[in-house]
Design a protein around this ligand. Structure first.
Ligand code: SAT
Ligand code: MN
Length: 590
């Protein structure tokens, strides 16, 4: 039988709590070998070699795409599985109607049966990681146990993984315990369980993305949001971007959008040619941990160290930085191949697919060549606009918080909340059309408060209350905005060009923060008039701008009523102050 003691390891810094836990999991799962990850380059290369030998990774054309690889997941395992994701709190009310719930004892018993002996003949990898800069007081550590080498290399790119994390865990004592096995990849034996009260995660039966890279959504959002509530901070589904204006001042924005709505593109934005002098720096593209700072401002760190971005649609026009970044040192999952063994995806604008994402000869009757949720994994350091502040232990001060969704109507291009509490309503009201990032029908409008519907580790009622409490603590709170890059006209065409031109909207926000831009007051908040936006060099019809910057009171009365009904689902846990915001909105719309 395999035990932790039976396997020599080169790390001297293993603390007793970690050692004991690994030992007990090895007894349960019966691996053939145990590998303690040290996070070294040699280890990474070794794992990559093994994955190629086993056929799990294909080397891409080394001349066109040096050090790039392709992984194909099981065709039934291509996205997050929200219906199989549970938050297991003692009291079901604490998980809330926004989560699937299971009693902790029942969930542990169910998972124990699945994990029993599941690593026979496999290697158990121990993956210590730190979410956030290794020397930041805001960072939190975890250990993922997994039987997937693919998961290990993703964690190596996505987190600060290895020896330094293990040392920090030894000093701190507490860490998030994440147990993962790919099992048989049987969708009927697949569960992603969270135990926020125990700081534990158990994931079985999937090898994909947010289901398996436990540092990401499971730890940095579901467990961390719960921890953050107890400790007085926020764990959010937000990118963090620094914008340097032509005067040389840099301000930071944090922005929340649902999965596959352009967070990575906004975080890596390239200013349009008609906005000379602007520079953009990426701090993070998916997750922000926000702390009230000693000066009364809100500070953000990115807990991650890499990007797990959507590939389709990436081209030199939509995101030149990403397009260039993923030409080397990148791990692709579920893209197609050309005859040259180059990766190919829809929206690439060039090349011809010959092998689809499942490894079959490409045939349009099978659908797209690359899976719509195909991904790149790459270290954030490869981003040409990587912000030097991304490694700052105290984080960056946030001037504006932006919420957004993918909506063909109702929501204008941009509006500003009246104050923090109204901004919490604006965030809580986010609705968005579903995407391929999660299993289920795409294009269906659903409420996705703060873009956290799949990720809040506790009751949304309590979560909104916590947002209000954080605002009350901030002497200089960020202003709060809502944007909609996805508004369409009667012919279903996008009204706004998006991508780099989104900087025009961000510039207006920053000017508002500095008291240097005007707006018109409407029932839903402050909107720019066309003349308040920098539209130099932009070819856009006046009628399009009019639609983008209009508020239809009738539509918004329906919207406000719907929001009120949604809040009712959370009963007494919905804060009175938020209900008051809905009523005030309804009065302004009457
Ligand atoms: O699969 S992930 O959760 O990592 C990506 C996403 O849906 O945002
Ligand atoms: Mn995300």
């Amino acid at each position: 039988m395999a035990t932790a003691a039976a396997h020599a390891h080169p790390l001297s810094s293993i603390s007793k709590p970690v050692g004991d836990w690994v030992h007990s999991i090895a007894e349960l799962t019966q691996p053939e070998a145990i590998h303690w990850c040290d996070g070294s380059d040699a280890e990474y290369r070794q794992l990559m070699t093994e994955l190629q030998q086993s056929g799990e990774l294909l080397k891409l054309n080394p001349e066109h795409f040096p050090n790039c690889f392709l992984a194909r997941s099981h065709p039934s395992d291509v996205a997050r599985v929200e219906h199989l994701t549970f938050v297991c709190t003692t009291n079901p009310e604490d998980a809330g109607p926004n989560n699937h719930w299971m009693a902790p004892a029942d969930a542990h018993a169910k998972m124990r049966e699945l994990f029993k002996g599941c690593m026979k003949g496999r290697t158990l990898y121990v993956v210590p990681y730190c979410m956030g800069p290794i020397d930041s007081p805001y960072s939190r550590c975890g250990v993922e146990i997994t039987d997937s080498a693919y998961v290990v290399i993703n964690m190596a790119l996505m987190t600060r993984m290895g020896r330094a994390a293990l040392e920090r865990i030894g000093r701190e004592g507490s860490f998030v315990k994440g147990l993962h096995s790919t099992g048989e990849l049987d969708p009927n034996r697949r569960f992603i369980m969270h135990f926020p009260e125990e700081l534990a995660i158990e994931s079985f039966g999937s090898g994909y993305g947010g289901n398996a890279l436990l540092g990401k959504k499971c730890h940095a959002l579901r467990i961390a949001s719960y921890q953050a509530r107890n400790e007085g901070w926020l764990a959010e589904h937000m990118l963090i971007v620094g914008l340097q204006n032509p005067q040389g001042e840099t301000h930071y924005i944090a922005a929340a959008f649902p999965s596959a709505c352009g967070k990575t593109n906004l975080a890596m934005l390239i200013p349009p040619g008609s906005m000379p002098g602007w520079k953009v720096f990426t701090v993070g593209d998916d997750i922000a941990w926000l702390h009230p700072g000693p000066d009364g401002r809100l500070y953000a760190i990115n807990p991650e160290a890499g990007y797990f971005g959507v590939v389709p649609g990436t081209n030199p026009k939509t995101n030149r930085n990403a397009y260039e970044m993923i030409r080397r040192d990148t791990l692709f999952t579920n893209v197609a191949l050309t005859a040259d063994n180059d990766p190919w995806w829809e929206g690439l604008e060039g090349g011809t697919p010959v092998i689809d994402w499942q490894g079959r000869p490409y045939d349009t009757k099978h659908g797209p060549a690359a899976h719509p949720n195909s991904r790149f994994t790459v270290s954030a350091k490869k981003n040409p606009n990587y912000s030097p502040e991304a490694d700052s232990p105290r984080g960056v001060p946030i001037s504006a918080i932006v919420f957004g969704g993918r909506r063909r109507g109702v929501a204008p291009l941009v509006y500003e909340a009246r104050d923090w509490n109204h901004g919490v309503l604006v965030g809580a009201s986010v609705a968005s059309e579903t995407t391929a990032a999660a299993i289920g029908e795409a294009g269906v409008l659903r409420r996705d408060p703060m873009a956290m519907k799949p990720f809040a580790g506790y009751n949304f009622g309590d979560y909104w209350n916590h947002w209000l409490a954080i605002g009350a603590k901030l002497k200089h709170p960020p202003r709060i905005y809502h944007v909609n890059w996805f508004r369409r006209d009667a012919n279903n065409k996008f009204l706004w060009p998006g991508f780099g031109d989104n900087l025009r909207v961000l510039e207006w926000m920053l000017k508002r923060c500095a008291g240097a831009a005007e707006a018109t007051e409407t029932a839903i908040g402050y909107l720019p008039r066309a003349k308040d936006l920098n539209l130099a060099g932009l070819d856009i019809a006046a009628s399009a701008l009019e639609q983008l910057l209009s508020v239809d009171a009738r539509e918004w009365r329906t919207e406000a009523a719907d929001m009120g009904r949604y809040m009712d689902e959370f009963g007494a846990r919905t804060p009175a102050a938020l209900r008051a915001e809905v009523q005030a909105l309804q009065q302004r719309l009457a």
